[in-house]
Design a protein around this ligand. Structure first.
Ligand code: G6P
Length: 615
């Protein structure tokens, strides 16, 4: 989505801004622009629809040279993607770039028009520029005026502002849309993602919700939401370290498992309003399209397919929308009957999986004919991937680069994306039960903390793993939305420990797999405290009666306790809808520690590839 880059330095900053924009391209955007306080002391801008390269060409023809500037890649929400709507927006001596959505922009626009301000774009952002300009009449200090301006803004914003009258600084504000300050020597920078600034610095200061920052060449001042001057911690990254370095962890997989609270947080950033989900997160035309959706078809491979299976439970239970899920390698060769008004959803970490891409292409062929798909949506972790480029709508998961072949953080961020999709569809179609959206948004906000609590059980799970070291087969059981979680647990175990593992819906146990259960066949179960718990307990009795060893990850309120042949690990209590995300964590840890005990190549298991780009 939108990206921000800013710089205040002693040298010309235009090339730095452009390089920053290029590094943010993966997020998806449809126009780009830059504003510079030039060396001949004028505020000038260049904006172009399309790629950053278009802007770059335009700047080659007519260079802007200066030591203070801001730049932006825009993904259109309010107003079409054209030059007039591209950021930066001007008002008098001010230039503003903005990520997020100002919800009260219409009311503000009317007030400002009445005061004589003339609007030249259809964006919500332009109201910020005029409002700040207006505040400057009474409060000439730019930082002070920004502090009063943001008090009148409702919605989400990451803002950067420069003024020709106060060219010693760049000012910024964050609420619901991330911003990070890059610290240089005698120069400082700002961006919506530190990736944009890695070419100029490795020291960063992340703004927190409600922060206002005044960034000068040689100083940074920050005020918190209450207006109190604060210091934010400086984080130093070793060059290229973020993805390619295991840090304190023995394997990338373990590092990636432990990153889940922060990447889930990032995947939620800028996508929630106080009581709901921002439907625009799926693209500017999402609301209009979602209103027409009557069915959902999900197609994916491997771990991503399991995420889709969880989503089916959510879509039908919460949004009342019929959903079908299928592995791409089957779907692509099948003659399908398309239900009317079906949204075609692909899920992929890489966005380059050959079968998933082929399925999307087939679906698009169909949509050209009468009775094809309504639209395509990709839930993907790579913004510049083919899947994203070829889909109508996109939601990028923010898992960061995943190196371990066995997918972990990509899965949990996909689940978050799919829950946002469920709530968005339900919201637009009015099919959610009263209060559900606000409750689940609240629960989603708490999710990173809950995931951290589950990760704190690391050493408990490591001990449990010893039970598997000599085993050759394992059964994973779950009911409801925990069945796909059990499937993902079984997949993880076989991928990296090479132990044969199968997942079954617990109710199917008696129809076959029970014949396999004996003392050599550990049975792993996920048991949140929901209406299926009592039924699940009966299934577990069936296992115990045959001498099977049970490993149960159970809600702390489930009343389940250790017994002979039964190992119960208590999980933090969580809302049932979010439990598939939480219960994935101990299963990831379990397969990791079993693989370590077996001495396999955890990050690059035999015969497997991270991204399967051939059929
Ligand atoms: C490979 C990987 C899996 C992944 C699957 C789908 O098999 O090893 O971890 O789940 O591809 O990949 P995708 O990038 O489409 O999610």
């Amino acid at each position: 989505m939108c990206g921000i880059v800013g710089a205040v330095a002693e040298r010309n900053i235009t090339a730095i801004l452009l390089e920053g924009l290029k590094r943010l391209e993966y997020r998806g955007y449809d126009s780009a622009g830059v504003a510079v306080f030039t060396n001949d002391e004028k505020l000038e801008r260049m904006r172009r629809p399309g790629k950053v390269s278009e802007l770059e060409n335009a700047l080659e023809a007519e260079p802007l040279v200066g030591r203070l500037g801001i730049a932006h890649t825009r993904w259109a929400t309010h107003g079409a993607p054209c030059e007039r709507n591209a950021h930066p927006h001007f008002s008098g001596d001010l230039a503003v770039v903005h990520n997020g959505i100002i919800e009260n922009h219409e009311a503000l626009r009317e007030q400002l028009k009445a005061l004589g301000y003339v609007f030249t774009s259809d964006t919500d952002t332009e109201v910020i520029a005029h409002l700040l300009n207006h505040k400057l009449k009474d409060l000439p200090d730019l930082t002070a005026a920004l502090k009063t301006t943001v008090k009148e803004l409702h919605g989400a914003y990451g803002l950067a502002v420069i003024s020709a009258k106060q060219p010693d600084r760049l000012v910024a504000a964050r609420s619901g849309s991330p911003l990070v300050i890059g610290l240089g020597l005698g120069e400082n920078f700002l961006a919506s993602d530190q990736l944009a600034l890695r070419q100029v610095t490795d020291r960063f200061m992340y703004l927190e919700e409600g922060d206002i920052a005044e960034i000068r060449r040689d100083s940074v001042h920050i005020w918190d939401v209450d207006g109190k001057a604060v210091e934010r911690e400086t984080v130093q990254y070793r060059d290229g370290a973020e993805a390619a370095d295991k840090g304190e962890f023995r394997h990338f997989m373990l590092k990636e498992i432990h990153e889940q609270p922060s990447v889930v947080q990032r995947t939620l950033e800028g996508r929630l309003s106080p009581n709901g989900v921002l439907v625009q997160a799926f693209g500017p035309q999402a609301a209009e399209l979602f209103a027409k959706v009557r069915n959902v078809q999900i197609v994916a491979c491997g771990t991503s397919y399991h995420a889709g299976m969880v989503a089916r439970y959510w879509l039908e239970e919460l949004a009342g929308i019929p959903c079908q899920v299928e592995v791409a390698s089957e779907f692509r060769y099948r003659k399908v009957v398309v239900q009317p008004d079906t949204l075609f959803v692909t899920i992929s970490q890489s966005g380059e999986t050959a079968d998933t891409l082929a399925a999307l292409r087939n679906a698009k062929e169909l949509s050209r004919e009468e009775g094809g798909y309504l639209a395509s949506l990709a839930i993907c972790n790579v913004g510049i991937s083919s899947l994203v480029r070829e889909s109508d709508l996109t939601l990028l998961t923010q898992a960061g680069r995943e190196i371990g072949v066995a997918s972990t953080k990509a899965f949990t961020t996909q689940l978050v994306g799919l829950l946002l999709l469920t709530l968005s569809l339900g919201q637009v179609r009015g099919t959610l039960a009263k209060g559900v959206e606000a409750t689940l948004v609240e629960e989603l906000r708490r999710l990173p903390t809950r995931l951290g609590e589950a990760l704190a059980m690391d050493s408990t799970v490591e001990k449990i793993a010893e039970l598997f070291a000599e085993k050759n087969h394992t059964l994973f059981l779950g009911r409801g939305a925990q069945f796909p979680v059990a499937m993902e647990g079984a997949l993880k175990l076989k991928e990296i420990s090479y132990i044969h593992a199968e997942a079954y819906p617990a109710g199917e146990l008696k129809h076959g797999p029970l014949a396999l259960v004996d003392n050599d066949m550990p049975v792993v179960t996920v048991a949140p405290n929901n209406e299926l718990l009592e039924k699940l307990k009966s299934n577990l009795q069936e296992v115990r009666a045959r001498g099977g060893q049970l490993i149960v990850f159970a809600d702390e309120r489930s009343g389940m306790t250790n017994g002979e042949g039964t190992h119960v690990v208590h999980m933090p209590h969580i809302h049932d809808i979010l439990s598939p995300i939480l219960y994935t964590i101990p299963l990831q840890l379990l397969s990791y520690y079993v693989a370590v005990l077996k001495g396999t190549d955890v990050d690059q298991p035999r015969n497997l590839a991270k991204s399967v780009t051939v059929e």
